[in-house]
Design a protein around this ligand. Structure first.
Ligand SMILES: NC(=O)c1ccc[n+]([C@@H]2O[C@H](COP(=O)([O-])OP(=O)(O)OC[C@H]3O[C@@H](n4cnc5c(N)ncnc54)[C@H](OP(=O)(O)O)[C@@H]3O)[C@@H](O)[C@H]2O)c1
Length: 218
């Protein structure tokens, strides 16, 4: 296909807070799919916490990013050209090829996304890894019962905001903590019963006041 694809590469390891100097925008010709491949036009890509340790050259539960290579990670896009027997032109897909405008894939790790079910971006959010993390952590590990009190820290993040709303659906009383007044206001909009700013109030004293009988699930 004619045209240029831009992609974001990691070119240096962070020594403190990551900044844009760590990345470069590289351009390459938009590739054509060979037999068994699809060409995907990306619409969304995800920036996730697990990527930060991967920027360091240390052992983690996932291998470090390689310097000079495009940042891999969750992305959602639409198949523009296909020579793959199970993926058709027009399909919305979730894949792991990351921070690039166009992606060439052999279908490994590619999952179809149903745009009729929800906005396709949710495949990277509540219907994707953050949502599944929240669901698993809450229901398989926390196992709350209706009427119990659930405390969620990091409550305004992708995982915490989903976990708190799921706990509400399960009939729990939900307390959330987050780090700014705007986040606290948003947690109330989401339906959290109580929310406090841990930068303003110490967690111990906030919980003593908001959950005098204790917390069932954290
Ligand atoms: N996203 C996933 O799919 C996934 C999967 C498995 C595990 N996890 C883990 O679950 C946790 C939450 O993930 P998430 O996707 O919800 O993250 P997120 O959306 O980035 O939210 C994380 C929140 O943590 C708080 N925080 C406190 N100290 C921080 C610091 N030094 N740097 C950045 N944020 C800080 C921030 O909220 P305040 O300003 O309110 O403090 C931030 O909004 C992370 O530990 C992540 O590794 C996530």
């Amino acid at each position: 296909m004619e045209g240029v694809s831009r992609e974001i590469r990691l070119v240096a390891r962070p020594t403190g807070f990551p900044d844009e100097e760590l990345f470069e925008v590289a351009e390459s010709p938009i590739p054509d799919p060979s037999d068994g491949q699809v060409l995907i036009r990306n619409a969304y890509f995800s920036v996730d916490p697990y990527m930060r340790p991967r920027m360091n050259d240390v052992r983690s539960y996932v291998a470090p990013f390689t310097l000079g290579e495009t940042m891999t990670g969750g992305a959602v896009g639409r198949v523009v050209a296909s020579r793959h027997e199970k993926l058709a032109e027009g399909d919305w897909v979730l894949h792991g090829l990351g921070w690039r405008e166009w992606a060439l894939s052999d279908g490994a790790g590619v999952r179809k996304v149903d745009p009729a079910l929800a906005p396709v971006s949710t495949a990277l959010g509540v219907l994707g890894m953050p949502g599944f993390t929240a669901y698993y952590g809450l229901f398989h590990i926390g196992q709350p019962e209706s009427g119990q009190t659930v405390f969620v820290s990091g409550a305004a993040g992708a995982v915490g905001s989903a976990a708190g709303q799921m706990a509400k659906i399960a009939g729990c009383r939900v307390i959330g903590s987050a780090g700014s007044p705007e986040k606290i206001a948003w947690l109330r909009e989401l339906g959290f019963d109580e929310a406090f700013d841990y930068r303003e109030t110490r967690v111990r004293s906030a919980l003593a006041e908001l959950a005098p009988d204790g917390i069932d699930v954290y």
